[in-house]
Structures are given as C-alpha cells and as structure tokens.
Design a protein around this ligand. Structure first.
Ligand code: ZN
Length: 287
C-alpha cells in the first residue's frame, strides 16, 4: 500500500492499480476518518482498524466498495443523504433495466462491493470538527457527489478527478450544467492541495486552478468534436458507434456504450438549446 503524508496527519492512500477505475484513492485524516473506500478491499480491511469511521463522497462502487468492511467491524459509515446504499438501488440509478444484472456482476466481481448500511450527511455538514472537514455538494457527475474541504486548504475532490479523459457524466441523473457549476464552485475554494481520487495529488494553488481549468475545458472540446461530426446528419446510435469520447472500450462494451450514449445525448441537448445543432427525422446535424 502506497501512502503519502500531504498535510499534518493527512495521509493520501493510493488505491489499487494506482487508483485508476475500478479503484480510487482514499485519504486518512488524523487516524479518525477514512474518506472513500474504493482503494481495494484488502487495503480497506487493513486501514479500518486504524480509524474511527468512514465518509463517502458518493455512492459509485469504485468509491464505496469497501463500506461493508466498516459495517462488519461495527464502525460508522457516512454517506450522502437521500440515496440508498444497497446494490439493487444503485443498479437502478446507474444502468438501464437491460444491463442491471450485468452491472451488478461487474461491480461485485471487479470491486468486491456488497450491500452496506450508512448514516447520512448533507451539504454543509461537518464530517469532522478537528481538523474541520466540510461536505460540499458538487452534483453533475452523480446527483449525490460531494467534495470534502479539509482544514480550509485541502480538497478531497472525488470524481472531479482531473484525469486526461476528463469529466464523466454517463447516468440519467448526471448533468453537464451542474457539473460545470460544481467545478467552478471548487475553484473558488482557497485550496492549495487537490486530491483526485484517480490521479496523484496536485500541490500549489496555481497548479490546482490550472488543472481544474484544463478539466473544465474538456466539456467545450467535446461540444466541438460533436459539432464537427454532425457536418453530416447522424443518429445517436451512429454517434455512439463512432465513440467520440471513449474511443476504445476494452471491457464491458455494452455498458460503456450505454454510458457514452448518455454523455453524447446530454451534449446534444445542450447544443440544440444553444442553436448549434438541430434534430431532423431522428438525426442530428450542425447548423
Ligand atoms: Zn463516481
């Protein structure tokens, strides 16, 4: 397990496979709380004994797969208010009816997630008093996503993950406009350390802002890609086949196609609203 002290008593825990999906990085603060539990079941088992409780930024399996371990050890888990935490409810939110069983098998086999129980927190709640950890609601990626603002200087950024892929919003509940607002909200916080859950931490206020801006720019880049592709009329299915965002789908192609289709559709809605694309006879075309 690779750990790094990024602030006094604040330890970055690099997840399995360097925290790349289907795993994620965690933070441990003052041996009190572990933030997110997707770093790999074995690591969660080791670390659960070293903290008092855990808090989850959102209910994606790659961030909460180890929560059942905390249940098993009779330690509290905090999760966003209003969202159930058993697999069946998560499947209903994250895929369509046709893909449900497949998705449940995928997350169980690759991440080791099981049903778990959690207490809830809401936007603005204090996760910890000393040092202060505040939950800030940052929807867009999922409806329930929060970032944790630690001691007024460290952001645990969850899936504002700063990856080269860029923002991900492949669920029905995901929303580009909210995602943009959430990133802008995080940029306004006075943080000099940003912890992505799928990348290495970023140090220095200027670097943090620069990386967040690069990440934000991906939305417009994707709009431009679609506008170009729609020089000729194409249906949503045809666009998904061209895979303008994912480009390759090395596993679970059907599921990734479904998520990419959701992402493309959200851009198309936005471009229609802006008057840059129209829909004629079931096909989309640039104006
Ligand atoms: Zn996520």
């Amino acid at each position: 397990m690779k750990t790094m002290e990024i602030g006094k008593g604040v330890f970055f825990v690099m997840g399995k496979h360097k925290g790349k999906f289907p795993f994620s990085n965690s933070l441990i603060v003052k041996h009190k709380v572990m933030l997110d539990l997707g770093c790999g079941i074995e690591t969660v088992k080791d670390l659960a004994d070293k903290v008092e409780f855990a808090a989850l930024t959102h209910t994606h399996p790659d961030h909460c797969s180890g929560a059942w371990v905390f249940n098993f050890k009779n330690k509290r888990v905090l999760s966003p208010k209003g969202y159930k935490t058993e697999l069946e409810s998560l499947a209903n939110r994250f895929v369509n009816e046709k893909l449900k069983e497949r998705w449940k098998n995928f997350v169980t086999n690759t991440m080791g997630i099981r049903d778990f129980n959690a207490e809830c927190y809401s936007d603005g709640d204090l996760i910890l008093k000393e040092p202060e950890i505040v939950a800030i609601h940052t929807p867009g990626h999922t409806a329930d996503m929060h970032v944790f603002y630690i001691d007024g200087r460290i952001i645990f950024g969850s899936d504002i993950d700063l990856t080269a892929f860029g923002p991900w919003y492949g669920h029905e509940e995901s929303c580009i406009k909210e995602f943009v607002k959430s990133i802008e909200k995080v940029m306004e916080l006075d943080a000099s350390i940003f912890v992505s859950e799928h990348e290495e931490p970023v140090f220095g206020r200027e670097n943090v802002i620069e990386r967040l801006q690069m990440y934000l720019d991906v939305f417009e880049r994707r709009n431009e890609i679609l506008i170009k592709l729609l020089d000729e009329p194409r249906s949503l299915n045809e666009l998904v086949k061209l895979s303008p965002f994912y480009m390759k789908k090395p596993y679970e192609k059907e599921m990734l196609d479904y998520w990419e289709s959701q992402m493309i559709e959200k851009h198309l809605e936005l471009l229609i609203e802006r008057g840059q694309v129209v829909k004629v006879d079931g096909k989309y075309v640039s104006l």
